[in-house]
Structure formats: structure tokens, C-alpha cells
Design a protein around this ligand. Structure first.
Ligand code: GLA
Length: 686
């Protein structure tokens, strides 16, 4: 298992570190301290283009090789990032046309990072050249174990640029997709407001305009921008595979935040990596949701440096960030706990961002393993070093173990992008929040969850959730039917099947292509402003003691042959179905016509658990998060206490505690932010 840091040796040469006589002396001290902290890998290089190519065509990788040699003496491996996230200033001065144009037609200037239009051929050529030169200079270095492509793609809101180069590629992209202009006009619905086009070059980019652009055009624009990013990653991946074939490639991702198709990117790299933000104090279930999403991006054909089939944490914030209004410290023990959360959900490497707090630059006061005055007695260093010891201890047992989920949540980027467009039925609806309601209910019952695109093979999941697949293609609808037909249980909701992949609404009833699956038809949908509520009235054996509200969106459902589980309590649709169940083939299709509060989803999961024979991993108090990594018969449980106070857990069977080597049985008090790593092989047991 790899345990490491994101290292910026370029920032620690004289006069910022080292001495006049030995300008690189700080590197030696860094390597010593890294060894003390149990570090066996560093990532470097993500922003060093201007230092490795200080002038057009003049390269200097010697200093980087010296760092790698030094790390090699200490047995520390290296992940090199290609530096294309920060082009040098000279490049944008020679070729200002690479600078990105925003939706108002204004150029975003050079001097920071990511100031490029990824459709610029010039930028591609320069990028290819620096990647080639770097791979030739360092691609065979014995310390090198992997490449990271670029850095935080899409970060700083740079997914789209409206340059003339982008316009050219956009038109080519549309031509490849639609083949004829007639087809484009028809499928995009360009008749609306008479915006039909006569040739490709007339199709606008969705730049700032008096009102909203055609939603089908905006959707295609999002797809086009995403494809541009994917092709840029693929271009680099192909080069690196060719020039440095022993090293797998990855890139650091923030799924659900950056706006491109992360599943597509995952297809062109060997393994996926996450940037984690434990420092932001979000709820544990929100972090867990992002982690599970990241893990799910790549489920097969995974190639990592050590052959394990997990994902990497390329940036685990080692403390506070510097980009919030108030950048609070991460409390003692919390960094350790959230690092275990990542490992418990399948991470096979964790690297902390960053090694040493920089003395200059815009991230001057960003948290780090070492503060400005590099003191190894410092709180964060001590916490990281403790984790280093623990990861060394756990690594052999974790080797080859994986997270295995029997439930799944469906998600597609196309759908997410459409739902973020303006002129939605209800601007207060958020897909992310809707997904989180289901996810939290599963998370709080310690039921492992994968995410999947609707087109994936779902047959191995007992239970599949499909929250608000507003955009659903005919092929996706068929997949869902097949899944249920063969015995699966599917839960879908309001705001499903309202448009097809061309963003065209059906004239055959909602949800399109699925009315037979759910045995119902949605005839209208009512929108409620925040604060206004309807209520659910339950029939039959739905397990609940709560009054559950209906919020934001109420589908008015005409039942065909479904069973009605709950109805609305009031308004002109009082008594009409809000929650239904339909047997279809060997499986069950459940439809939730509204959004409710968290308790409803908890009750829903209790009902579904019984229906699908799903068991929580361990019986523990509600606020203990439990995850499981397994391989054959070996099952390793992680228990995390997210509370600020101790929690009493009752162990009915003796368990082996990996971190202390002892056996735990009976009552055990898990300290605040405490962690347990357990298996069932307690002493004296087999
Ligand atoms: C992202 C980037 C890093 C750094 C951090 C700051 O994760 O990848 O370069 O800017 O944010 O938190």
C-alpha cells in the first residue's frame, strides 16, 4: 500500500530553503522527515512546466532527476504529474490565442494556472512536446511508478472556453454527430424561436445571450466540452503508454463537482484518483458519497502501480484549505478518521496535499503536513506519521481486498447537466441533494453502495436506485426493464423519463418508455415552493412511525396495474398515488412520485432491506460508520466514530483488532473520531 505526500521540491531551493552553498539542501531534510513519517511515495511536478521549459524549446529536467535520485536512496517512489495544468507565461505571450475566452467573450489572462482553451491546436502541440520530453527524460527512472495527467481537470471553472478554436471543433463535433444539418435542426428542435441553421458554421456556441439557449444545444455543448477534456487526457495517456509503458497513468478527479464525464475519463486511464476535502467539515455521508462515486468510475481493467484494484487518493487535504471564507483547522483525530474513511471505501494509496506549507504564492496559508517552520513535532505531522505506522501495519492484510456492493445508485452526467440548465420545473430541485437522500439512508444503515451509469450491467445488484433520470435514452430504459424482468428491484422517482437523449419530451406519457415497467402513467407534475408541503398517507405494511412530507415536486399519477403504497394527503390530487410498487417479470419496480425528508428514505430503506434480503454489515449505533473490504473469506471491517463523544458498541462475537493486536468482545467505547479495523479471526477462533 502506498502512503505519501504531494511534494513541491521546486519551492524549497535557496533562498526559500537550503543554503547559498548547497541550494538544494532542504530536499535532504525533507526526505529524512518523509522517512520518519512512513512515506513511501510522492507526487511531484503538476505545475513545473515553466521551470522545466524556461524558454521555448529549452528543457531542464536535471533538477527533477536529482530529486528523484535522492528519493530513491530512501526507497521513496514517485508519481510524476505532467505539467500541462500551468502553461508557462512565455507560451501565452507568444501565442495569446491559447488563452480561454469566457461566455461573455472576454479573455481570461495568463499568470496563474489553467488559462488555456483545450481546443487550441497550438496548446495541444506544446502539451505533447512537454509530455514527450518529460517522459523521455524521466520515464525510465527506477523510482517512477505512475503518471498523473495534468491536474484537477476542469478546476477553477475551466471546463469550457468559447475561442474560435472551440467554435471550429464544436462544428466538427456536431457534423460527426448529426451528419446532416437537417437532422441537427430536427433533433435539436431549432424551430423554436425560428433558430434553424443552414450550415454547420451557423450553429452558435451558447455564449451570454438575452435569455436561455436551446436546452438541447446547451446539452450538446456540455457533451462537446467533456469530449474535449477526455480527448486531451487520452492524447497524453497514449503518449505516456508509448514512452513509459511500465507506468500506469491516472488523473486526480472530483466527481460530482467538475463538469465533464468522469466515466469517460476513467476509460482512457489505468486507475482513478480522488482529491478529497475532509477539511471542509461536510457530513460524513456526503464525503462517503463522493468516495463511492469515484470508486465506481472504474470497475474493471484497473492497472495500479502495485497491482491492487482500488483507487488512489492523490490529494487528501492535510489540514485547512485556503479558499474558503474562513479556513478552520481540522480538529485532532479528524484527518486520521477521514483518511480511514477513504481506505475503508477502497483506497489503496493515500497522499496528503501538501508536504510543506509554501512560503510564497497564492497557497501560502494552505494547510500542510509541515507548517512553514518545518517542525516534525507539529500536530499534523504527528498525526500523519501515526497513520504512516498504521498503514504499514495494515497493508499486508488489506492487499487484494475490495469493497463489494449489492446496491447501486444510477447516475449519468448527461442527466446531471440537463438538470443544471435554467428553466427547470423547479429551480429548488437539486439532483445532488436528491441522490444524497437515498445515499445517506443506505450509508446510515451501513449498506455498501456503488454508482453506475444506467447502461452498465446491473444484474449483480439486488437493489438499484434511479433518482430523477430526467434524461433517459431508449437504450437506458431497456436496460432498466431487463434488470427488473430478470429479478432485480428498481426504485425510480419523479422527474424521470421526461426527455430522451436528444432532450425531446415524449408524446406517449411519462416516464417515457417505462410506463409499462412501473404500471402507471404520470399525467401532470405539481411544483411546490420551499416551505410548502403535502403529506404522504401510507397503506399496507410500509414501516413508518413518522409523518412524511411531500416536497418540491408531486407527480400526479394515474395507476394502471401497480399497487399503491402511499397517496397524497391533500390538494386536488389528494388520494392519488405517491408511492407505488409493480411486479414486472421476476422483479419489482417501485416509483416514488415526490421528494420527502431524510426519515422517509430511512424508512424506505428499511422496507426495501426486508424485500431484498439486504443485511447491514454490523449492528452498531447509528452514528458509527461501518465499511467492509473483503477478499475470498477474509472480511475486514472499518468502524468510524464521527461524533465528538465516545460511542459504546456491543460486540456479540469476539473480534480481532488489527491496530492493537488485541481481541475485542462485549462492550467497547469507541473514542471521539476513533477508528477500529477488525476481522472475525479473534484469538482462539478460526
Ligand atoms: C486542488 C488542486 C491543488 C490545490 C488544492 C487546494 O486540489 O489540485 O493544486 O490547489 O486544490 O486546496
Amino acid at each position: 500500500m502506498y502512503f505519501g505526500v504531494d511534494y513541491h521540491p521546486e519551492q524549497w531551493v535557496y533562498p526559500y530553503g537550503g543554503t547559498r552553498e548547497n541550494p538544494e539542501a532542504a530536499w535532504e531534510r525533507d526526505v529524512e522527515l518523509m522517512q520518519t513519517a512512513g512515506i513511501n511515495v510522492v507526487r511531484m511536478g503538476e505545475f513545473i512546466w515553466g521551470l522545466c521549459e524556461p524558454e521555448d524549446g529549452k528543457y531542464d529536467f536535471d533538477w527533477l532527476k536529482r530529486v528523484m535520485d535522492l528519493l530513491g536512496k530512501a526507497g521513496i517512489k514517485v508519481v510524476l504529474a505532467t505539467p500541462t495544468a500551468a502553461p508557462p507565461i512565455w507560451l501565452s505571450q507568444i501565442h495569446p490565442e491559447i488563452l480561454p475566452v469566457d461566455e461573455r467573450g472576454l479573455v481570461k489572462r495568463e499568470g496563474t494556472r489553467r488559462a488555456v482553451c483545450l481546443n487550441s491546436n497550438i496548446f495541444w502541440d506544446y502539451s505533447k512536446r512537454i509530455v514527450e520530453q518529460m517522459a523521455k527524460a524521466l520515464g525510465q527512472h527506477p523510482q517512477l511508478i505512475a503518471w498523473q495527467i495534468d491536474n484537477s481537470l476542469g478546476g477553477n471553472f475551466t471546463e469550457a472556453a468559447f475561442n474560435e478554436d472551440a467554435r471550429r471543433d464544436w462544428h466538427l463535433w456536431l457534423e460527426a454527430k448529426y451528419e446532416t444539418i437537417k437532422r441537427l435542426n430536427e433533433l435539436m428542435g431549432m424551430r423554436h424561436w425560428g433558430q434553424v441553421v443552414a450550415n454547420w458554421s451557423q450553429v452558435p456556441m451558447p455564449m451570454a445571450a438575452p435569455t436561455v439557449h436551446n436546452p438541447a444545444l446547451v446539452l450538446d455543448w456540455s457533451r462537446f466540452c467533456s469530449d474535449t477534456i477526455v480527448q486531451f487526457v487520452k492524447m497524453q495517456a497514449d503518449l505516456l503508454h508509448q514512452l513509459s509503458p511500465k507506468c500506469p497513468v491516472t488523473t486526480n478527479l472530483r466527481p460530482l463537482i467538475h463538469r465533464f464525464d468522469h466515466f469517460d475519463v476513467a476509460e482512457v486511464i489505468d486507475f482513478v484518483s480522488i482529491e478529497s476535502t475532509a477539511a471542509l467539515k461536510p457530513k460524513s455521508a456526503e464525503l462517503a458519497c463522493e468516495i463511492d462515486m469515484l470508486r465506481s468510475l472504474k470497475k474493471s481493467d484497473i492497472r495500479t502501480p502495485d497491482g491492487d484494484t482500488g483507487f488512489w487518493v492523490m490529494e487528501q487535504k492535510a489540514g485547512n484549505v485556503n479558499w474558503q471564507d474562513v479556513n478552520s483547522l481540522v480538529r485532532p483525530g479528524v484527518l486520521r478518521m477521514f483518511t480511514y474513511q477513504l481506505v475503508s471505501r477502497g483506497a489503496t494509496a493515500v497522499l496528503f496535499f501538501r508536504w510543506h506549507q509554501p512560503r510564497f504564492g497564492s497557497e501560502q496559508f494552505h494547510g500542510a503536513v509541515l507548517p512553514h517552520r518545518a517542525d516534525p513535532k507539529g500536530r499534523v505531522f504527528q498525526e500523519v506519521a501515526q497513520l504512516g505506522e498504521e498503514m504499514k501495519l495494515l497493508a499486508p492484510s488489506l492487499k487484494g481486498t475490495r469493497v463489494q456492493a449489492e446496491t447501486c445508485i444510477l447516475y449519468s452526467h448527461d442527466n446531471d447537466w440537463v438538470l443544471q440548465e435554467p428553466m427547470q420545473p423547479n429551480k429548488f430541485f437539486s439532483l445532488r441533494e436528491h441522490i444524497q437522500l437515498f445515499y445517506t439512508a443506505l450509508h446510515d444503515r451501513n449498506i455498501a453502495v456503488d454508482f453506475a451509469r444506467p447502461t452498465e450491467d446491473l444484474s449483480h445488484y439486488k437493489l438499484v436506485f434511479a433518482p430523477s433520470l430526467h434524461l433517459l435514452s431508449g437504450g437506458e430504459a431497456d436496460r432498466l426493464k431487463l434488470y427488473v424482468q430478470n429479478g432485480g428491484t428498481l426504485v425510480a422517482t419523479f422527474n424521470t423519463g421526461l426527455v430522451d437523449e436528444h432532450n425531446i419530451a415524449p408524446d406517449t406519457g411519462y416516464p417515457h418508455d417505462l410506463t409499462d415497467l412501473f404500471g402507471l402513467e404520470v399525467v401532470e407534475f405539481d411544483q411546490l415552493p420551499p416551505g410548502e408541503e403535502n403529506h404522504l398517507v401510507f397503506k399496507g405494511n410500509f414501516p413508518t412511525n413518522h409523518m412524511h412530507p411531500a416536497r418540491l415536486w408531486c407527480d400526479i399519477i394515474e395507476p394502471k396495474d401497480c399497487q399503491v403504497i402511499a397517496t397524497y394527503a391533500k390538494d386536488f390530487y389528494a388520494g392519488q398515488p405517491a408511492l407505488t410498487l409493480h411486479t414486472f417479470g421476476l422483479g419489482k419496480a417501485i416509483y416514488v412520485g415526490t421528494q420527502s425528508h431524510q426519515h422517509f428514505y430511512t424508512d424506505l430503506v428499511t422496507w426495501l432491506r426486508q424485500m431484498c434480503n439486504l443485511h447491514p454489515l454490523l449492528k452498531v449505533p447509528d452514528s458509527v460508520e461501518v465499511s467492509l473490504r473483503q477478499k475470498d473469506d477474509e472480511r475486514i471491517f472499518f468502524l468510524l466514530n464521527h461524533q465528538n463523544s465516545p460511542l459504546r458498541i456491543q460486540f456479540y462475537e469476539p473480534m480481532h483488532d488489527f491496530l492493537t493486536g488485541s481481541t475485542i468482545t462485549g462492550n467497547y467505547d469507541l473514542p471521539p473520531h476513533g477508528v477500529l479495523v477488525l476481522d472475525e479471526h479473534a484469538k482462539g477462533q478460526t
